[in-house]
Design a binder for this molecule. Structure first.
Ligand code: NAI
Ligand code: MG
Length: 374
């Protein structure tokens, strides 16, 4: 693969543009000092795109997203857009990108930096050194299955209120197999272990999930260690002893909940990156969008208070999963770790231990300096 990478940057709204400025500093550093070459294009998404084009993701933006190696997104939304029609809300821009790129595997790492272990809601002994990856199926399951809706429950006189709400958990074997492959590929780059979670004890879609994940394992990834767990037990185990896991693969609904629970094992929302991957393109790279888990944080926007680390670690994921530069990703993650170990703290990370308070820009500069220090 060439050492030239095309990247579409969509800063979005609120603190999105503020944290993205810090990522651009990091990109510049890798270009100048590591001989990597990024073709970076920037565009609007979310409310910023609505203000300009009347649409939260313009057709030209979508075309660009489809033509690059990876998309890096800040955050979208804000109170000034709350009254907009549903079809043009900032979040629709995100959904359009995810859908058109068919990003079916959502990767949510939960990594506990030693310097922040006391921010966890769990004891330091339980979370120190934690480094797990939840792979959530993102494009199917109960959030999309038909039939759905709220109907009159006509033939049921015993139903007080008279209505019924319906959603359908539906998975095809193909949908399960493709996300399972993503999880096995990722495990191959890590510890080589996958735990698949469903409720095969009470759901047919869970039985199919278990069978298909096992099939992909046996036929294509026999060297990866695969285990299965009921998702409710998985929730308990994540809180009891999260370090027993490496890669967890699960469906859309369980993944939504389990990944949020796992996130809190590690502390601040300002630290959490994510990636969403789709099918491999002709150049062998997966379709991909990287973004922090947090939103546009209107309460602190424009004040230099935002923690840029979630967005910076999202870029580290791009280095690893889109650009095949796990070495550069690890250097960047180590730089973040070192800065945190030095007590450098944005406001969201200020704890009882004190530390050196810094702005968004200072945090970015410190991380660049730590990269340079090697
Ligand atoms: P939020 O994640 O924007 O903020 C929640 C809390 O965490 C706030 O107190 C905020 O100040 C803090 N926070 C978030 N990121 C931070 C960072 N990097 N550094 C320091 N503190 C940080 O979620 P909220 O308040 O529910 O939503 C605000 C807006 O963002 C809404 O319009 C919502 O729709 C949108 N949103 C967008 C998402 C996205 O673009 N992927 C995801 C979640 C919400
Ligand atoms: Mg959620």
């Amino acid at each position: 693969m060439s050492d030239s990478y095309s990247l579409l940057i969509l800063p979005g709204d609120g603190i999105g543009p503020e944290v993205m400025v810090e990522v651009v500093k990091i990109i510049d550093w890798f270009q100048t000092h590591r001989g990597m070459s990024f073709e970076v294009t920037q565009d609007l998404v979310g409310g910023a795109a609505y203000d300009e084009h009347g649409s939260p993701c313009a057709d030209e933006t979508l075309e660009k997203a489809l033509s690059v190696d990876a998309v890096l997104l800040g955050a979208v939304g804000g109170p000034q857009y709350d009254s907009l029609d549903f079809s043009v809300k900032p979040e629709r821009g995100l959904l359009r990108l995810r859908k058109e790129l068919d990003l079916f595997a959502n990767l949510r790492p939960a990594q506990c930096f030693d310097a922040l272990a006391d921010f966890s809601s769990l004891k330091r002994e339980v979370v120190a050194g934690l480094d797990i990856l939840i792979v959530r199926e993102l494009t199917s399951g109960v959030y999309f299955g038909e039939p759905r809706g709220i109907h009159a429950d006509d033939n049921n006189p015993d139903n007080e209120g008279g209505r019924v709400g319906v959603n359908t958990q539906r998975y095809t074997s193909g949908e399960i197999r493709r996300v399972a492959r993503s999880a096995f590929d990722l495990a191959g780059q890590r510890s080589g272990r996958v735990c698949s979670m469903e409720k095969a004890n009470v759901m047919e879609s869970g039985i199919l999930w278990r069978e298909e994940v096992q099939w992909v394992h046996d036929n294509e990834y026999p060297d990866i260690e695969l285990s299965h767990m009921y998702a409710d037990n998985g929730a308990m185990q994540l809180v009891r002893n999260p370090r027993q896991f490496d890669v967890i693969v699960t469906d859309n609904l369980f993944g939504d909940i389990l990944s949020d629970a796992a996130a809190m094992l590690t502390g601040s929302l300002g630290m959490l990156p994510s990636a969403s991957l789709g099918a491999k393109m002709e150049n062998g790279r997966p379709r991909a969008m990287y973004e922090p888990v947090h939103g546009s944080a209107p309460d602190i926007a424009g004040q230099g208070k935002a923690n840029p680390i979630a967005c910076i670690l999202s870029f580290a994921m791009a280095l690893r999963y889109s650009f095949d530069r796990g070495d550069a990703a690890a250097d960047l993650e180590r730089a973040v770790e070192r800065v945190l170990a030095d007590g450098v703290r944005t406001a969201d990370l200020m704890g009882p231990d004190g530390g050196t308070p810094v702005s968004t820009a200072e945090m970015g500069d410190r991380i660049v300096a730590a990269l340079a220090a090697g």
